[in-house]
Design a protein around this ligand. Structure first.
Ligand code: CA
Length: 476
């Protein structure tokens, strides 16, 4: 146990997480489509991770992984339909038990009522399900309340209100989870006219024809030109007289502008929270994280949404400011995972890390060091849902190394909630990210990659067993 004085010096943690904010829509990650000056403050004054990945690219499962430090087959949230059992060990619970003041404000998305309500927090106020952008309802400590205003502003207001009431003698954990920029995008009045006279650049893979890749990729219902619900997602139909190609371009512009307007509000509000911490004189001893539960396709491969193990969806933005320990302007290409976050927070708080947590502390990386035992050079991913009602993505798992990615679309439900019991033909995809950073050329079956493929299959198996998951029967 730490004595009182040591406890007082433990860092505060402000964990800001948005929903579906891809790193390629952040200027600190080199965005071509927008600027995020306040998010860039975190990166410029701290560290930027260029290879932070989620273990399952979808909302609830990633949130469960972050709370528990475990993969989805362990924490029980494999799909959007699973509720998180709050009786399991989570990092907020451990911090709370060790003297931290804890709060959770914003999007929870892990179920409600009974064992699914947030646990481990002195205060919680969360939006039900996906939440609403305008005049949203919150569930505050079990009680439903509706507020007038915009979700991103309100979540920040409630976060600051709670910080105002804190005991300045004890460290705190604030989880500030924005509902934005989740579909369908609804900007606030302040940002409604941003980008009006601007043409948003199209991504390199906007006209992907999926040639040579899997049926899973071709059958996914995530195409901007074909699958988007115009009225829900765009609040309008394309104007009369446009060719199919012009319609696709029109949809992209409309979709992206609303998305980026929602992101602009997040950026403003993150700035407000950073200013508050500075005004309070606690910035130096506060870890500020900005991340998103997964990445997102911003027209990449002609798609919207996420789920696939492809880079744009797999990669999470992850930037951290902690002036006491992190050198400003740090950048790392070391591989981090969402399951590492809780382990790192516990490490900094001086709380014993439970054996069951499957992540690794990022502390050495944050502080610019090289871990004595080396660092991971590969990661395991699994998307459990299969042929869900909306996106039709096939279940898959895979391994990503520093250079390669091997994906196995095993393509069956295996009892996962929110899936269809229709088995499809299993398939593989192999990408050489060094030669093909946009994952356009499937090298699986190419004799030149036979040795690499064999190694990757072994690595996949090793990782899968290491995280206590089980392979399905593999073909090919
Ligand atoms: Ca999400």
């Amino acid at each position: 146990m730490l004595n009182r004085q040591q406890q007082d010096q433990r860092p505060n943690i402000v964990f800001i997480m948005s929903d579906d904010h891809a790193s390629h829509a952040m200027s600190c990650y080199g965005s071509r489509v927008n600027a995020t000056p306040n998010l860039d403050r975190i990166a410029n004054e701290g560290i930027r991770f260029d290879n932070c990945f989620c273990t399952n690219s979808i909302c609830s499962p990633s949130r469960a992984a972050i709370l528990s430090g475990t993969y989805n087959h362990i924490n029980g949230v494999k799909s959007l339909r699973d509720r998180f059992d709050g009786r399991q060990v989570t990092f907020p619970k451990l911090l709370q038990a060790d003297g931290y003041q804890t709060a959770m404000v914003g999007k929870w998305h892990l179920g409600h009522g009974g064992e699914a309500d947030p646990t481990g927090f002195d205060f919680w106020s969360v939006v039900p399900g996906q939440g609403e952008y305008h005049d949203p309802e919150f569930i505050e400590m079990g009680e439903k309340k509706r507020f007038s205003g915009y979700a991103t502003d309100l979540i920040t207001d409630f976060s600051i209100d709670w910080l105002d009431k804190r005991d300045p003698e004890r460290p705190f954990l604030l989880m500030c989870h924005h509902k934005a920029p989740h579909r369908p995008f609804q900007p606030d009045a302040k940002h409604m006219h941003m980008y009006e006279d601007v043409d948003i650049p199209e991504p390199e893979t906007f006209y992907d024809d999926y040639e040579g890749r899997s049926e899973a990729v071709r059958e996914a219902k995530m195409r901007i030109d074909r699958d988007m619900d115009d009225l829900v997602d765009l609040k309008a139909y394309p104007p009369e007289g446009l060719t199919p190609l012009e319609q696709k371009k029109w949809r992209y512009q409309r979709y992206m502008k609303d998305y980026l307007r929602c992101v602009a509000s997040i950026d403003d509000n993150v700035g407000r929270l950073l200013d508050y911490l500075e005004d309070q004189g606690v910035a130096d001893n506060t870890i500020v994280v900005y991340t998103s539960d997964q990445g997102f396709f911003l027209g990449d491969h002609g798609w919207y949404d996420k789920r696939f193990m492809y880079e744009e969806s797999l990669r999470m933005p992850f930037i951290v400011r902690f002036p006491r320990a992190i050198r400003p302007g740090s950048v790392t290409d070391k591989m981090a995972l969402n399951v590492d976050f809780p382990v790192t927070f516990l490490d900094y708080a001086g709380v014993e890390i439970p054996e069951a947590m499957q992540g690794v502390s990022l502390r050495t990386i944050w502080e610019g060091g090289e871990p004595a035992e080396g660092w991971r050079t590969s990661m395991y991913y699994r998307y459990w849902m299969h042929l869900d009602d909306w996106h039709n993505v096939y279940s898959h798992y895979g391994v990503r190394t520093e250079r390669y990615k091997l994906i196995y679309y095993y393509a069956e439900a295996l009892g996962t909630l929110g899936s269809k019991e229709e088995k499809r033909t299993p398939e593989w995809e192999l990408f050489d990210l060094q030669e093909d950073r946009y994952e356009m050329h499937n090298r699986y079956g190419d004799p030149a990659y036979a040795a690499v493929t064999a190694e990757l299959k072994q690595e996949l198996r090793r990782l899968q067993l290491a995280v206590l998951d089980e392979p399905v029967e593999e073909v090919g």
